[in-house]
Design a protein around this ligand. Structure first.
Ligand code: MG
Length: 123
């Protein structure tokens, strides 16, 4: 399939875990360590979906998502939030983020969510 996914997280371990997971599934994987880098990476790789961490230094996931959606209104963004961040989740959905998943998450659930979001977008 060769679809592209951009993984944005300030934690190296999370990036590596998700990179391996989606590589194994046949995705072309790109990574960014903060919200600012994510904005630049989107222009470089034009991903089919972005997996975006909320809490990051420099620029958080919400600010980054807003900036990306301004240039790419149809971009699919799945935000990784902390449990109980109801205001953050509502703000993200208002900004055009497609879905949120609580950290820590089950990687099977995450994988299914990503596939579903991309499939819904094609059909
Ligand atoms: Mg973080």
């Amino acid at each position: 399939m060769g679809q592209r996914i951009l993984i944005v997280d300030d934690q190296k371990g999370v990036r590596r875990l998700l990179e391996e997971l989606f590589n194994r599934e046949g995705w072309q994987v790109f990574t960014a360590a903060d919200g600012k880098e994510a904005i630049n990476k989107v222009e470089e790789c034009l991903p089919d979906i972005i997996l975006m961490d909320m809490k990051m230094p420099k620029m958080n996931g919400l600010e980054s998502s807003k900036a990306i959606l301004q240039n790419h209104p149809d971009m699919i963004i799945l935000m990784m939030t902390a449990y109980g961040e109801v205001d953050v989740i509502n703000g993200a959905m208002d900004a055009g983020v497609k879905k949120c998943i609580n950290k820590p998450f089950d990687i099977i659930v995450l994988k299914d969510m990503v596939n579903q979001l991309v499939m819904d977008n094609i059909s």
